[in-house]
Design a protein around this ligand. Structure first.
Ligand SMILES: Cc1cc2nc3c(=O)[nH]c(=O)nc-3n(C[C@H](O)[C@H](O)[C@H](O)COP(=O)(O)O)c2cc1C
Length: 314
């Protein structure tokens, strides 16, 4: 094992959970700056890496300012997982590799990947073994509390002898998708039976939610996803709340400053396309402001950092 960074992180670990279309390099850099302890990439297809890697390599490249950095892979073919893992280890050189066992999106699920892979225990085990035997980086997995009749607890019992360092558990079933109650009991049970680190995920939108997840399940860390959209400082707010029992809201000027830093990075990484993608983040940043709707009307048209600066430096 090269360097299992996971073991060196302070607990509770605050992770930026993977989000396709959201957790790109610019956003990951912003999250690290605002208190994230580790960040995950957008999910990357192992079959794309196997057949035609360049586009996917562009998707998962990273900067020093976003470490520790975990690349998440999805797919349904153990051989492709093995080759993709080798490419990540030798060319991308991330700090860790994660396997997606939770995605419910039709185009992923219908080909036996994501949550569908989790429901096939035998194949999942083959995939994990293929990844482990092609890397010396720490390997983590991300699962759901349940898929159909297959529980996360049964899944973890089936694979827990393998050298997996971390499991992020999204406490919702495949059938729930992205809404509804979090199954804290399932996460707690997984924490009890798994010898490594468990990160609780799902529905953490405030520092109080973070505390509740940790207290109800005993996990060593949490994964934040939609709660971070337009609010990357939630990481630092969670840290403050867990340490001191209180946290500060950010003022409008502070939010604009972070939004501008984010926009600058987005333009630097991806040019005008980065700014087009940035529009949704900008709408999230301003969503609770008194002038939100007026600002949004302008922000959805921006094409450059300069356009954004003109609007936010009023
Ligand atoms: C837009 C979007 C994209 C996502 N992409 C991924 C992904 O690529 N890989 C993954 O494992 N989970 C993905 N997720 C799931 C999140 O990581 C997380 O498990 C889920 O949103 C629940 O957490 P939350 O309630 O805090 O949002 C995605 C979620 C959203 C909303």
């Amino acid at each position: 094992m090269k360097n299992n960074f996971w073991g060196k992180l302070n607990k509770p670990i605050l992770a930026l959970a993977p989000m396709a279309g959201i957790t790109d390099s610019a956003f990951r850099q912003v999250c690290i700056k605002n208190g994230a302890d580790v960040v995950y990439s957008e999910m990357a297809s192992v079959s794309a890496l196997f057949f035609n890697p360049q586009k996917t390599l562009d998707l998962i490249k990273f900067k020093k300012a976003e470490r520790p950095y975990v690349v998440q892979l999805f797919g349904n073919n153990a051989e492709h997982f093995g080759v993709a893992t080798k490419i990540i280890t030798e060319k991308v050189k991330s700090d860790g590799i994660d396997i997606n066992f939770g995605c419910p999106a039709r185009k992923v699920y219908s080909i036996g990947s994501g949550a569908a892979l989790m429901s096939d225990f035998k194949k999942s085990r083959e995939v994990i073994k293929a990844v482990l035997s092609n890397t010396d980086l720490p390997v983590s997995i991300k699962i759901r509390s349940k898929v159909g009749k297959k529980t996360g607890v049964a899944f973890v019992k089936y694979i827990k002898d393998l050298d997996i360092k971390v499991i992020m558990v999204h406490g919702r079933t495949y059938e729930q998708g992205f809404v509804g109650e979090i199954d804290f009991k399932a996460i707690k049970k997984i924490k009890e039976i798994f010898p490594g680190i468990v990160l609780g995920n799902g529905g953490i939108n405030t520092p109080e939610d973070a505390k509740k997840m940790i207290e109800k399940t005993g996990v060593q860390g949490i994964g934040l996803a939609r709660g971070i959209q337009g609010k990357p400082w939630l990481f630092n707010q969670v840290k403050d709340y867990l340490k001191k029992g209180k946290f500060k809201e950010r003022k409008q000027e502070q939010i604009f400053k972070i939004a501008l830093q984010h926009s600058k990075l987005a333009e630097k990484e991806k040019g005008e396309f980065g700014i087009i993608e940035m529009r949704k983040h900008l709408c999230w940043y301003v969503r609770n402001m008194p002038e939100a709707s007026k600002l949004r009307q302008k922000l959805i048209r921006v094409k450059s950092y300069k356009d954004i600066a003109k609007i936010l430096k009023m």
